[in-house]
Design a protein around this ligand. Structure first.
Ligand code: AMP
Ligand code: MG
Length: 354
């Protein structure tokens, strides 16, 4: 099929006469697929309550059918149409963090097709804050199932060009609304158990959640790669560049300088073997590195910037034919935890202690 490309300025998305949004809504209502920007990453949207539309999403992405989709809504009231047992804590989280990068898991109502939830009896729901996403959901009158708009296994798309790379000719429309603000996927919290549990870390951190509802747990699988994750999608190799990525971390007594030296040494060894090498660096250290491609994520203290740049850098390595990539490591609290979670998955948990 021919994919139609349109651009919508997020600041203009609210205009009544936006013809592109009208057309996107018509495509969704007819069971087609539209990729659109959100504040986390680009999403690939289809009608969440139409089993055929959700099957098309899996086919376009090459996504395993047991990996459920997140349903995107525009009004809090819509949760009640698709979910049951919405607790007071869930209401509080919705009040504080919606619209925004937080996904909540509830028990699902019958009308949500099994193909949308990968056969699970629960459903994941999020209300995005991006004006284009909001307008698309609200004008189409459709609850939109939207996983990240990448081919399964590749880094999630943080701009329209990434979506085009992966899905050109496989979807009806792509809306370019500029770069994504956060650059990593939403925090997922399971609200069906006794203690709310983080299944995937994101911009909304454990500390931020606990300030609103008290104790929150992490899914065991986040710290033990051998445990089965409760978010089925977290078990797949993910976010991975084509080159082999290794995270180099300072062990006890090692300094930042030791890490830099080791990374340079590893890259040099590979270069001498004839491979193209890449280094993923924080801004302050970038000048010290030697490799074919040194990409800068941002200042170590600016984790927001690092998360916004991460997937773009991984894709840039692919584009430049890099075969071995070495990365610095990040702290495992706050937003750093989400960055490390994606980086570890991209590296297939390959970590080298100095
Ligand atoms: P993506 O939309 O690409 O960010 O992927 C959605 C993520 O949400 C995947 O990791 C899914 O496994 C997870 N997810 C969606 N629905 C559920 C659910 N009902 N229970 C647990 N995890 C879910
Ligand atoms: Mg994804």
């Amino acid at each position: 099929m021919d994919t139609r490309y349109v651009t919508i300025d997020p600041a203009q998305a609210g205009r009544e006469d936006c013809e592109e949004l009208r057309e996107a809504s018509r495509i969704l209502q007819a069971g087609g697929l539209v990729a659109f920007p959100t504040e986390t990453v680009y999403g690939l949207g289809g009608n969440a309550l139409d089993a055929d539309a959700s099957r098309k999403i899996y086919a376009a992405k090459g996504r395993p059918s047991d990996n459920p989709l997140i349903i995107h809504i525009a009004e809090t009231e819509q949760v009640k149409e698709i979910a049951v047992h919405i607790t007071e804590k869930a209401e509080q989280l919705m009040d504080v963090f919606w619209p925004g990068p937080l996904t909540l898991i509830f028990r699902k109502k019958e009308l949500v097709p099994d193909s949308t939830t990968g056969g699970l009896k629960t459903v994941a729901v999020r209300m995005p804050s991006h004006p284009v996403a909001y307008e698309l959901i609200s004008r189409s009158g459709i609850m939109i199932a939207a996983p990240s708009a990448n081919s399964s296994g590749r880094p999630s798309p943080t701009c329209a060009a990434h979506v085009r790379e992966d899905l050109d000719g496989k979807i009806d429309m792509l809306i370019d609304g500029g770069a994504c603000k956060y650059g990593i996927e939403s925090t997922i919290v399971d609200m069906t158990g006794e203690v709310p549990t983080i299944l995937r870390p994101g911009y909304i951190t454990k500390e931020m959640l606990e300030e609103v509802i008290g104790p929150v747990a992490y899914d065991e699988a986040l710290s033990d790669p051998s445990a089965p994750p409760k978010a089925p999608g977290m078990k797949y190799t993910h976010y991975a560049p084509k080159g082999e990525l290794t995270i180099v971390e300072a062990g006890d007594g090692a300094s930042e300088q030791d890490v830099i030296c080791r990374i340079n040494q590893l890259a040099e060894e590979r270069r001498q073997q004839g491979y193209r090498t890449g280094i993923l660096a924080t801004a302050k250290n970038a000048v010290y590195y030697r490799a074919d491609e040194v990409l800068t994520l941002g200042e170590r203290e600016d984790e927001w910037m690092i998360s916004a740049n991460l997937y773009r850098c991984l894709r840039d390595f692919d584009e430049r034919g890099v075969e071995y990539i070495y990365s610095e490591s990040f702290r495992s609290e706050g937003l750093g935890r989400a960055i490390m979670n994606r980086l570890l998955k991209a590296a297939g948990h390959r970590v080298l202690l100095v």
